[in-house]
Design a binder for this molecule. Structure first.
Ligand SMILES: [Zn+2]
Length: 250
C-alpha cells in the first residue's frame, strides 16, 4: 500500500474516532456509576423525563407494617417450558422466552417476555436489600406492563438457574438454552406486595403494575459471585412513594 493511502486511512480513522468520542461526550450512556448514573438519567435523553418528573417511580422500599392487607387476586403462573435465549445487554443478563407463558390475576392476563437480574435487589423490604432480584416482565394484549419480582437470598445452589449462572453470556454473545421452564424459578408461596410503579431503567416509563413475591428463593455464594464477575452493581436506588399505597395479599 502507498504511504499516501495509509496516511489517508489514518486520517479517516482519527476523524471517525473523534466523531464517536464527541457523540459519547454529548450523550453518555446510562448506567449505575459515573456520568450516566441514575441521578443523571433524565438529562441523558429527552425521552427519559419520567425518570425525574414521574411521581410513580420504581423501585421502592416496601415497609411491611405500612402495607395494606387486601383481597388481591391470586397470581396464576401459566408458564410453559421452551427454548430460551440468554443475552448480556450491557446492563444485565436477560433470558428471552418464547410466546406461551402467561400470568393471570383475576381477569387480567399478560404474556411473559423475559426475565433479568439486578444485584443487589432494587426493591428494599423494611429498608434492607436482598443480594439479588429477578424481574419477570409481562405485557398484556393492550400493551400494559406487569412485572413480578422474585427476591434471592444466599443459601443453597439454585439448581433451576444452574444452566444460567454456569454459562452467563458476554456482551454480543447470546447463549441458547434448549429447554427452560421459568415457573421453576418461582417460590412455592405466591403471596405478594402490589403497587403501581415504573420501569427501573431509562426511559423509566410509569404505569407499570408491580408484584413483589414475599418469599425469597435461594442461590449460592458462588452463583452470586459468577454474576458479580459481569455486574457488581446494577440496581437503581429506591424512589419516593409519593403517597402510593402498597397492598399485600391476605
Ligand atoms: Zn429489572
Amino acid at each position: 500500500m502507498k504511504k499516501t493511502n495509509i496516511l489517508a486511512m489514518g486520517a479517516m480513522l482519527a476523524l471517525s474516532c473523534a466523531a464517536y468520542a464527541q457523540d459519547h461526550a454529548e450523550h453518555p450512556h446510562w448506567g449505575y456509576q459515573g456520568k450516566g448514573d441514575p441521578a443523571h438519567w433524565a438529562e441523558l435523553d429527552a425521552a427519559n423525563t419520567a425518570c425525574k418528573l414521574s411521581k410513580e417511580q420504581s423501585p421502592i422500599d416496601i415497609e411491611e407494617r405500612n402495607a395494606k392487607k387486601a383481597p388481591l387476586a391470586p397470581l396464576a403462573f401459566n408458564y410453559a417450558a421452551g427454548p430460551a435465549e440468554m443475552i448480556n445487554n450491557g446492563h444485565t443478563v436477560q433470558i428471552n422466552l418464547p410466546p406461551g407463558s402467561v400470568l393471570k390475576a383475576g381477569d387480567d392476563s399478560a404474556n411473559l417476555l423475559q426475565f433479568h437480574f439486578h444485584t443487589p435487589s432494587e426493591e428494599k423490604i423494611n429498608g434492607v436489600n436482598y443480594p439479588m432480584v429477578a424481574h419477570f416482565v409481562h405485557k398484556s394484549a393492550d400493551g400494559k406492563l406487569s412485572v413480578v419480582a422474585v427476591l434471592f437470598k444466599e443459601g443453597a445452589e439454585n439448581k433451576t438457574l444452574a444452566p444460567v449462572f454456569d454459562a452467563l453470556p458476554a456482551e454480543g454473545k447470546p447463549v441458547q438454552l434448549a429447554s427452560f421452564n421459568p415457573v421453576d424459578v418461582l417460590p412455592a408461596n405466591h403471596a405478594y406486595f402490589k403497587f403501581m410503579g415504573s420501569l427501573t431503567t431509562p426511559p423509566c416509563s410509569d404505569g407499570v403494575r408491580w408484584q413483589v413475591l414475599r418469599t425469597p428463593v435461594e442461590l449460592s455464594k458462588k452463583q452470586l459471585a459468577e454474576f458479580h464477575k459481569l455486574y457488581k452493581m446494577n440496581a437503581r436506588p429506591v424512589q419516593p412513594l409519593n403517597g402510593r399505597v402498597v397492598e399485600v395479599s391476605e
